[in-house]
Design a binder for this molecule. Structure first.
Ligand SMILES: Nc1ncnc2c1ncn2[C@@H]1O[C@H](COP(=O)(O)OP(=O)(O)OP(=O)(O)O)[C@@H](O)[C@H]1O
Length: 249
C-alpha cells in the first residue's frame, strides 16, 4: 500500500519535527529480506516503525477505517468473525484502480497519523533517528523526500524467487505473477542512498546492517537544529533573567 499524498498536514507536521531528529526510510521488495534487516536493527536498539503493522491496526474491527470500508465495500469483505478479509479486499483492489484509490483514501490518513504519533513518541524518548519500514517507499517520491536517508534491502531476482517459493509454497508461475505486480528491485537501486545486498548468507547481511547502523549512529544530521534550539533557548533564558533583574531591583 503506497503512502503517497504526503502534502497532508500530518506529514508536514512530521517534517517540522524531523530536523531535531531524522527519518530513515527502509524498503525492498517481496521476500527481499526487510524483516531480517529490521530485526537486526531492533536488536541494536534502533527505533523502527512498521507501516504494515499500522496498516493492520487501523482496520481492526470497530475502528473508523473499518466502518468506512464495510460501508463502501459491503459485508462480503468480512470474515465470519467480523474481521476484515484482507485477502479478499486485496484481490478486489488488485484489479480495480478506483477501488484501490478509495481504500487508500480511507486507510492512509490514519496510518500517517499513527506514524507521526510513534515518531513523536520516539523523539520524546530521545531517539536521534527513527527507521520507517514502508513497503512501497520507493514507489512514492512524496514520501522519500521526508527521509534523510533511504535504505533498500535488495536481493537478486533469482534468489528472491527461490526464497519466495520456499516461504510461501506457491508455484513458480504464481510466484512470478506476484513479483510482476511489483516494481522490480533493480529499478529501485538508483533511488536508494544505502543498499543492503541480502543475496548472500545471513552473516553477510548482518555485517552490512552493522555498517549501516554505524553510519546512522555517527550521522550528525540532527546537530544543526539541536545546536540552534539550545542556542535559542539559552538566549531566551538569558533575556528573561536580564529583564527579571532589571524590573525586580
Ligand atoms: N540472507 C538470507 N539467507 C537465507 N534466507 C534468507 C535470508 N534473508 C532472508 N531469508 C529468508 O527469506 C524469506 C524472506 O525474508 P524476510 O521475511 O526477511 O523478507 P521480507 O522482505 O520481510 O518479506 P515480505 O515483506 O515479503 O514479508 C524468509 O523466509 C527468510 O527467512
Amino acid at each position: 500500500m503506497s503512502l503517497s499524498n504526503t502534502d497532508n498536514p500530518v506529514f508536514q507536521l512530521a517534517r517540522s519535527a524531523n530536523p531535531a531528529m531524522f527519518l530513515v526510510g527502509l524498503s525492498g521488495g517481496i521476500a527481499s529480506g526487510k524483516s531480517t534487516v529490521v530485526s537486526i536493527l531492533r536488536e541494536m536498539g534502533c527505533a523502527v516503525i512498521d507501516a504494515d503493522v499500522l496498516a493492520r491496526q487501523v482496520v481492526q474491527r470497530g475502528t473508523p477505517a473499518y466502518n468506512q470500508i464495510v460501508y463502501h465495500f459491503g459485508e462480503e469483505v468480512l470474515l465470519q468473525n467480523g474481521e476484515l478479509d484482507r485477502e479478499k479486499l486485496g484481490s478486489i483492489i488488485f484489479s480495480d484502480p478506483e477501488k484501490r484509490g478509495l481504500l487508500n483514501s480511507i486507510t492512509h490518513p490514519p496510518i500517517r497519523r499513527g506514524m507521526l504519533r510513534e515518531t513523536l513518541w520516539y523523539f520524546f524518548l530521545g531517539y536521534r533517528y527513527v527507521i520507517l519500514d514502508i513497503p512501497l517507499l520507493f514507489e512514492s517520491r512524496n514520501t522519500t523526500r521526508y527521509m534523510k536517508h533511504t535504505v533498500l534491502v535488495y536481493c537478486d531476482p533469482q534468489t528472491q524467487v527461490e526464497r519466495l517459493i520456499r516461504r510461501s509454497g506457491l508455484s513458480r508461475d504464481d510466484t512470478m505473477k506476484r513479483l510482476a505486480s511489483q516494481l522490480p528491485l533493480d529499478s529501485k537501486l538508483p533511488l536508494a542512498d544505502h543498499v543492503i545486498n541480502n543475496s548472500g548468507d545471513r552473516d553477510s547481511t548482518r555485517r552490512q546492517v552493522l555498517q549501516l547502523y554505524a553510519r546512522l549512529e555517527t550521522s550528525l544530521s540532527y546537530l544543526p537544529v539541536r545546536v540552534a534550539a539550545v542556542t535559542l533557548t539559552t538566549g531566551l533564558l538569558a533575556l528573561m533573567w536580564t529583564l527579571f533583574r532589571r524590573f525586580w531591583h
